[in-house]
Write a protein that binds this ligand. Structure first.
Ligand code: FES
Length: 158
């Protein structure tokens, strides 16, 4: 893993953090995922634009730490041009690998981006009356439960 001067984060992480790819809101998104991290209360939105089941465009917004912003940025690069089915196969290990690794205590931050993606896909499938797999349904339930806990724990979160 290549390291920056501080030796904590890889150069790839620092590059994505300093110049995040696909940052911003998407007004006409076909699917929106909003998730939070129960440990810190950080929050992220991921927006997808889908045509013929392919993710044509993707954007994100995040109020989060350096690792959360870098993982969100890299995930937008990884899913653009993939089908929604392919995008759902993306896991946090692949995201972390793309970033040249993350300090162990920051790996949980990468889950936020993966969860935001699965919520955006869930939203897209739901809005289009499409079949939702049991696995995706379970992930959605877990994310919803976490959101409720965060709303209880952090005032003004929603
Ligand atoms: Fe909150 Fe990283 S510390 S997502």
């Amino acid at each position: 893993m290549s390291q920056n001067n501080k030796g904590i984060y890889s150069d790839e992480v620092m590059e994505h953090f300093q110049d995040p790819h696909n940052y911003g809101k998407m007004e006409d998104a076909d699917g929106v995922g909003k998730v939070g991290n129960i440990r810190c209360g950080d929050v992220m939105w991921l927006y997808i634009k889908v045509e013929d089941d392919t993710i044509k465009d993707v954007k994100f917004e995040a109020y989060g730490c350096l690792a959360a912003i870098a993982t969100s940025s890299v995930i937008t690069d990884l899913v653009k041009g993939k089908t929604v089915k392919e995008a759902m196969k993306l896991d946090k290990e692949e995201v972390v690998d793309q970033l040249g690794g993350l300090p162990r205590i920051k790996v949980h931050c990468s889950v936020l981006a993966v969860d935001a993606l699965s919520e955006a896909v869930y939203d897209y499938l739901k809005k289009n009356d499409r079949e939702i797999s049991d696995e995706l349904e379970k992930r959605h339930e877990k994310n919803e439960k976490e959101k409720e806990q965060i709303e209880e724990q952090y005032e003004d979160w929603s």
